[in-house]
Design a binder for this molecule. Structure first.
Ligand code: KG4
Ligand code: ZN
Length: 339
């Protein structure tokens, strides 16, 4: 069984082909980062048009990479939400039309469950129940994965997402876009304790909520208090301190969640899962606290089509598909259970 995955929820057009064993047969991405960098953020209409232009050649490229024809594909999985509605509609319409033209099924899946698909590829022994920490540009959430593709929401951010905290702080420091990975690189050799920055809500150990807007305000104040010379001289320390403030919160909340639910595995997914400091701190915490942190390969942490194909392959093995196939800008996880 070979599944073609299509991802168009934001500013990366991604295609991937995965088989039932989880082997990656193709991985192609067309990034629009340069297009949006001019505006300092994603412009939804431009994103939708760029997906439309990119999709067809990208799928051909993926098929060539896999040495397959469209007739060798058994199903197409696409992101049906959450994301930019125009961008999502382009991917969904393309996927459905292509599937219908060759008489195969198409499945619309949740973008964040797709990110989890990349963790399953990294470690096929990942088995519910386990805790999921999602840290991306648009979402920061903690969930409990249960058997049968069911998920229980443990907590989410009240305001900014972790990736957004990286991006907005980096923007205040005049770094490029998206600032997360640039800030991480700039702080690699800085002093992580040079500046005291807030770690919100950690005084509430019974809650799995996050808040990053206070950090953004603190960084804005700090940057305003420095002259241009100091900003340059202290850039590494500033970046290291900001990164540590974000990573600290994610690590401490994740450890709390793992302990509260007595699980032995933690899947860390979303663009911020590429962060080296987060990977290192959670691996260390795992050794200390008796759990294993599973991260997707760095190349599969950002948005991509492989992850959508991967979660679809996983669902196909159990024959479990979400009922709702509507494209939505905001939507809960498929299989979200109360409690
Ligand atoms: O999951 P993703 O690719 O897109 C969304 O669905 O949001 O996540 C993108 C986010 C951006 O905020 C980006 O700055 C952040 O992930 N990011 C990082 C790193 N690489 C990407 N943040 C910190 N360190 C990194 N190495
Ligand atoms: Zn994403």
């Amino acid at each position: 069984m070979r599944i073609l995955g299509i991802e168009t929820s934001c500013d990366e057009t991604g295609c991937g082909i995965v088989d039932e064993t989880g082997a990656i047969l193709a991985h192609t991405v067309a990034s629009q980062v340069d297009v949006h960098a001019v505006y300092g953020g994603v412009v939804p209409e431009i994103a939708a048009r760029a997906h439309l232009t990119a999709l067809s050649p990208l799928i051909s490229q993926a098929l060539r990479e896999a040495g397959l024809g469209l007739g060798d594909i058994d199903a197409i999985a696409y992101t049906r939400g959450p994301g930019l509605i125009g961008a999502l509609l382009v991917g969904a319409t393309f996927a459905r039309a292509m599937a219908r033209s060759v008489g195969i099924p198409s499945y619309g899946l949740h973008h964040l469950e797709g990110h989890l698909g990349a963790a399953y590829l990294a470690d096929p022994t990942l088995k519910p129940p386990f805790v999921i920490l999602v840290a991306s540009g648009g979402h920061t959430e903690m969930l409990l994965a249960l058997p049968g593709f069911q998920y229980r929401m443990l907590g989410r951010t009240r305001d900014d997402a972790a990736g957004e905290a990286f991006d907005k702080s980096g923007k205040l420091l005049g770094l490029g876009y998206p600032a997360g990975p640039i800030l991480a690189r700039a702080g690699a050799h800085g002093d992580r304790r040079a500046y005291a920055l807030p770690r919100a809500l950690l005084d509430r150990p019974d809650s799995f909520e996050f808040s990053f807007s206070g950090l953004k305000t603190a960084v804005a104040r700090l940057v305003a208090s420095l002259d241009e010379e100091a900003k340059v001289a202290k850039q590494a320390d500033l970046c290291a301190s900001i990164e540590e403030a974000i990573v600290d919160v994610l690590v401490r909340r994740a450890v709390q969640a793992v302990q509260a639910h007595g699980v032995e595995q933690l899947a860390v997914v979303g663009g911020v899962a590429a962060n080296q400091r987060l990977r290192q701190r959670l691996a260390e915490a795992g050794v200390r606290e008796g759990f294993r942190a599973v991260f997707p390969k760095p190349s599969l942490c950002g948005d991509n089509g492989v992850m959508m194909a991967a979660i679809a392959a996983r669902r196909a093995n159990e024959g479990l598909w979400p009922q709702d196939q509507t494209v939505r800008a905001t939507m809960p996880w498929d299989g979200l259970v109360a409690g």
